[in-house]
Design a protein around this ligand. Sequence first.
Ligand code: SF4
Ligand code: SF4
Length: 221
Amino acid sequence: MPGTPVNNATPDERKLNFWERLYLPEIFKGLGYSASKMSLDSYAFEYPEEQWYPPDSYRGRPVLVEEQGRPRCVSCGLCARSCPPLAISMQAHEVHDDIKEREPEWFEINMLRCIYCGFCEEVCPEEAIVMSKEYDLTFQTRDEAHFGLDKLLVPKARLQDRLDFLERRRNGQPAGDWQHKPENNVHTLRNRLDYVARVEDAVAEADEADPAEPLAEDVEA
Ligand code: SF4
Ligand code: SF4
């Protein structure tokens, strides 16, 4: 049985005039606009000869921060837990020569699964995994897309742009009346090297200002 035609037009819909109903004037207007832009310089990059250097806010492939020759990561597993496509896997092991106590024995990101969402960077308490500016990844096989520590570790100096960006953007508060204090972060290891250096300086200054009383046996001697 044929249905009843429904008129979906809203009551205040504008009526097209004669020229608009012809469509051709609008098409020629569009062609004219395109032609006027053809004389301008090209916006396109001559990739790959010409490379694009993204801004600090760009989310390229996730990488691990390497600090003093070892990963900053403490293998807490938060990034793997928060990764929507389950692209991250790792195994922790204990370390005894550093205050952080745990490090990844192996760490792997399946780049065929990664969707560049940045959640891993977002949740990492140590700023140990960050989104880099690398965007041109190619693989010949599926195995090549499994990035281990050898491909993931990037020296901190090369990621300084992103780390500075995170410090600026993460520590800002909407209310604007709260100032980030680095000393509040001592529960994390993110700034542990700076923190240890600051404590040592403070102790040295205190010693200079108020040298310890000589011991009794020193006085007698
Ligand atoms: S960027 Fe997103 S998808 Fe990629 S590893 Fe991090 S959390 Fe997973
Ligand atoms: S969240 Fe950060 S510290 Fe924790 S396992 Fe991931 S990269 Fe390492």
